[in-house]
Ligand binder design. Structure first.
Ligand code: ATP
Ligand code: MG
Length: 461
C-alpha cells in the first residue's frame, strides 16, 4: 500500500500557485485526476489538472481558452487545466453527455470520473480526498470503475478502451466486475467516434504492451480494430510457421520490445502489430496443400493505410508505419546496391525529410525483420542473425554518405542542361534517374565529372 500521502514538495509551484489564487478569491480548488494518481505511485511528472467550484467567469486566473467550463490558465508560465466541478447529463449516444451541469461539491465531480484511481483529489493543506477507494486499488494494481461498471460503460463506451489503456500503462489488472461489464459492452465500441478510438489505441500501443491487451482483452481489441479479428486462429499451413497469424504477430510485437529493451518507437510498435494484417485476405493453398500469402505486404500496406486514416492517426506517424508494413518482407541482399534500393523504396513511402531519419527508420525495419524471423519456425530463425550483415551495410551507407536520392547526386538538372546541352523537360529527370540507378548499382561513382561524362556518352548513343 503506498503511503496515502503526497508531500507538498512534490507539487509543482505553478499548480500550488493556481490553487492559492483561486482560494484567496474565496473559492475551493483541488488537484485532481492523473497527477494525483501518479504522485501516489511516486511519479509526480504528470501534467496538473485543477478542479474548482468557481466558474471561469469568477476565476482570477488568466484564461487562455474556454470550452465547456475548462480554462487553460498560464500560471508562472506553465499551463494548468482548470475545470469547474461538474456532473454529466444523460449520454443518449454513448459518446458525449447531452449536457454538463456545474455543481458545488467536489465529490460529485469525482463520482463522474471513470476509474477509482483517477477519481481522487489532493490539496496541500486538506490532503487526499479519496471517496471511492482509489488508493487501495492503486496498491492492489486494479482498474475499477467508479460506481456501477455496466452503467458507466453504457454512458461512454470509450471508457472500455480507457480501462485497457490504463491497465497496459500501469501494468494493472482490471477488477472482475469491471472486466465482466467491459466484455459485455465491447460491441458498443462501434458507436464511438473513430478518432477517439484512434487516440486510445495510440495510448495502448505507446505503452509497448498492446500484445498483452490483445491476449487478455481480445474482444475489446477486436472491437476497436476489427482488422485483427481474422488473424485469430488463422492456420498458415506453412513449413516456415509454427504459429497462427495472430500468435505470430503477438510474438513479433513482444520481439521488438525485447530487441529494443522495451524502447521501441511508437511507429515500430504499430508496424509490428500490423505487419501481417494483409495475410488472411491473401491466403492461397497450392496443390501440395501448402499455404501461401503472395502479395500480403502490399495488401497489408493498403489495409494499414486505410485503418490508420480511419482512426485519424496523424499522417507523419502513419506514413512510416505503412512503409514498414510494405517492406517488412522484401528480399534484400546484404550488399550496398540491394540495401540502397530498399532504402530508396522505404524513403519514397515514408514521407521523411532527412537522410538520418530514413536511416533510423531502416534500423527499425531491420529490427522488425529480426523479430519476424524469431517468431517463425525454428529453421527460419537464423535469418535474424544474417540481418547483422544488413545492419553492417547500412552502417557503411550511413558513414560513407552513399546516395539513394536524386538530390544526393553530384550533378543537378541545371548541370545537365548547361554541360550536356539538354533542353529543360522530363528528359532531364529521366537522365538523372538513370545516373542514380547506375550510382546505386555501383556502376558509376557519385562524382560530378564522371556522371556528366557517362551521361554524355549515353546521350550520344
Ligand atoms: P493521461 O492524460 O496520463 O492519460 P489522465 O488521468 O490525465 O491520464 P485524461 O484522459 O487526461 O487522463 O483525463 C483526465 C481525467 O478526467 C481522468 O483522470 C479522469 O478522471 C477524467 N476522465 C477523462 N476521460 C473520462 C471519461 N471518458 N469518463 C470519465 N472520466 C474521464
Ligand atoms: Mg491527462
Amino acid at each position: 500500500m503506498p503511503a496515502a500521502f503526497i508531500s507538498r514538495d512534490l507539487a509543482p509551484t505553478h499548480a500550488l500557485r493556481a490553487l492559492a489564487v483561486l482560494e484567496a478569491a474565496g473559492h475551493e480548488a483541488w488537484i485532481v485526476g492523473g497527477w494525483v494518481r501518479d504522485a501516489l505511485r511516486g511519479c509526480p511528472a504528470h501534467d496538473v489538472d485543477v478542479c474548482t467550484d468557481a466558474t471561469w467567469q469568477q476565476s482570477e486566473v488568466h484564461e487562455t481558452g474556454i470550452k465547456h467550463g475548462t480554462v487553460t490558465a498560464i500560471v508562472c508560465g506553465q499551463p494548468v487545466e482548470v475545470t469547474t466541478y461538474r456532473i454529466d447529463g444523460d449520454y443518449s449516444d454513448s459518446r458525449h453527455p447531452d449536457s454538463v451541469t456545474f455543481v458545488r461539491d467536489v465529490r460529485e465531480d469525482l463520482a463522474r470520473r471513470d476509474f477509482t484511481v483517477n477519481a481522487m483529489a489532493w490539496h496541500p493543506d486538506r490532503g487526499l480526498l479519496d471517496p471511492f477507494g482509489g488508493c487501495e486499488d492503486l496498491a492492489a494494481g486494479l482498474i475499477r470503475a467508479v460506481g456501477d461498471p455496466a452503467r458507466r460503460f453504457e454512458e461512454d463506451a470509450l471508457r472500455i478502451l480507457r480501462a485497457v489503456r490504463f491497465a497496459c500503462r500501469l501494468g494493472f489488472f482490471i477488477e472482475s466486475g469491471t472486466q465482466a461489464a467491459l466484455e459485455a459492452a465491447a460491441p458498443t465500441l462501434n458507436r464511438v467516434a473513430q478518432e477517439r478510438i484512434g487516440s486510445e489505441l495510440r495510448g495502448i500501443v505507446a505503452t509497448g504492451r498492446a500484445s498483452w491487451a490483445i491476449r487478455e482483452q481480445r474482444e475489446v481489441m477486436f472491437a476497436a480494430l476489427p482488422e485483427l479479428a481474422p488473424m485469430d486462429g488463422f492456420d498458415q499451413r506453412s513449413p516456415y510457421h509454427v504459429y497462427d497469424v495472430l500468435e505470430h504477430t503477438l510474438r513479433v510485437m513482444e520481439g521488438v520490445e525485447s530487441l529494443t529493451s522495451e524502447g521501441a518507437s511508437e511507429r515500430l510498435r504499430w508496424a509490428a502489430m500490423l505487419h501481417d494484417v494483409g495475410k488472411p485476405t491473401c491466403f492461397t493453398i497450392d496443390n501440395r496443400g501448402q499455404g501461401h500469402f503472395f502479395g500480403h505486404p502490399a495488401e497489408g500496406m493498403r489495409m494499414a493505410r486505410a485503418l490508420l486514416r480511419r482512426l485519424a492517426i496523424p499522417h507523419e506517424l502513419a506514413q512510416p508505419i505503412v512503409a514498414l508494413v510494405r517492406y517488412h518482407d522484401r528480399p534484400t541482399q546484404p550488399n550496398v546496391s540491394s540495401m540502397l534500393s530498399l532504402i530508396a523504396s522505404v524513403d519514397a513511402m515514408s514521407g521523411l525529410r532527412e537522410r538520418s531519419e530514413v536511416i533510423r527508420l531502416m534500423r527499425e525495419l531491420l529490427c522488425l525483420r529480426r523479430a519476424d524471423a524469431l517468431a517463425k519456425a525454428p529453421e527460419c530463425r537464423g535469418y535474424a542473425y544474417e540481418l547483422n550483415e544488413h545492419e553492417r551495410v547500412l552502417g557503411q551507407i550511413e558513414r560513407e554518405g552513399l546516395c539513394w536520392r536524386v538530390r544526393d547526386l553530384a550533378v543537378s538538372g541545371g548541370d545537365l542542361i548547361r554541360e550536356c546541352g539538354m533542353s529543360p523537360g522530363p528528359a532531364v529527370g529521366e537522365a538523372l534517374s538513370r545516373a542514380l540507378g547506375a550510382v546505386m548499382a555501383g556502376e558509376l561513382r557519385n562524382d560530378h565529372d564522371e556522371i556528366i561524362a557517362w551521361l554524355a556518352r549515353s546521350l550520344a548513343e
